[in-house]
Design a protein around this ligand. Structure first.
Ligand SMILES: Cc1cc2nc3c(=O)[nH]c(=O)nc-3n(C[C@H](O)[C@H](O)[C@H](O)COP(=O)(O)O)c2cc1C
Length: 223
């Protein structure tokens, strides 16, 4: 599966089966997490075989079932932490999809206390959210997305790379599927801003990563 296929196939999955994740898949996932931690200066950690974080009332309210593995998204408390977590977290989400796994971003409906007990959170670091992970009962389902015209200024002739970038951005997961972001283009210079909502900085990082995959970094630069 290519990364573009992973973008198209990924949907949030909240119910998992008990099938064990093979050692080689864990190793690849761990390597992806380590690479993201090194590149982004983050401290994301894989937690396996722990049911506590999703045994809370909030998690049941969030309709999570049988979550036994997750990635705790942790990093140093800097102004850009949320956006970085979005960007690198989504890199891991798409890598997991390529490896045949399913995921769900979870910022609210999990037990923070239980995660804190399982992870190393150093002084000056923050647990931002988690990614539930495993083999899904299903592959999830497609959700309604906005139209391109709703997330950028209308253009008579849009370059192909820009259009593909926007299409991929529209397939990015956002908190409560809010999709509150707006793109703008000046030649090959692109900007994206949040138009509000909860967890909007995390969403922005996720959306930026999807756009980069669709548009191709050789075709544009961020403003
Ligand atoms: C930053 C962020 C936080 C989220 N938090 C939760 C959560 O607490 N509980 C939950 O069930 N889903 C959560 N989600 C999943 C979204 O509801 C889901 O991505 C959105 O509805 C779009 O669906 P899709 O991922 O299947 O495309 C979160 C997603 C993002 C990006």
């Amino acid at each position: 599966m290519t990364i573009l296929e992973a973008i198209k196939k990924r949907h949030s999955v909240r119910s998992y089966i008990t099938k064990k994740i093979p050692e080689d898949i864990w190793q690849e996932l761990t390597a992806a997490i380590n690479a993201c931690n090194n590149e982004g200066g983050l401290h994301m950690q894989l937690v396996t075989d722990d049911a506590d974080a999703f045994h809370t009332l909030l998690a049941h309210y969030g309709k999570f079932r049988n979550v036994r593995n997750y990635i705790a998204l942790i990093g140093p408390k800097t102004a850009d932490l949320d956006e970085k977590i979005g960007y690198y977290g989504e890199k891991i989400v798409l890598q997991a999809q390529i490896l045949g796994l399913n995921t769900c971003w979870v910022a609210l409906t999990f037990g923070k206390g239980a995660v804190r007990k399982k992870c190393e959170i150093k002084r000056g670091e923050k647990l931002v959210c988690v990614l539930a992970l495993g083999y899904g009962e299903t592959q999830g389902e497609f959700h309604k997305v906005k139209k391109i015209s709703e997330i950028c200024k209308n253009e008579m002739e849009m370059p192909k790379w820009y259009k593909t970038g926007l299409e991929c951005a529209l397939l990015a997961p956002t908190a409560m599927n809010q999709q509150k972001f707006a793109f703008a283009r000046d030649g090959s210079t692109v900007s994206v801003r949040s138009t509000g909502g909860v967890y909007s900085k995390i969403d922005l990082g996720i959306v930026k990563y999807h756009f980069e995959i669709g548009a191709g970094m050789k075709n544009f630069q961020w403003k």
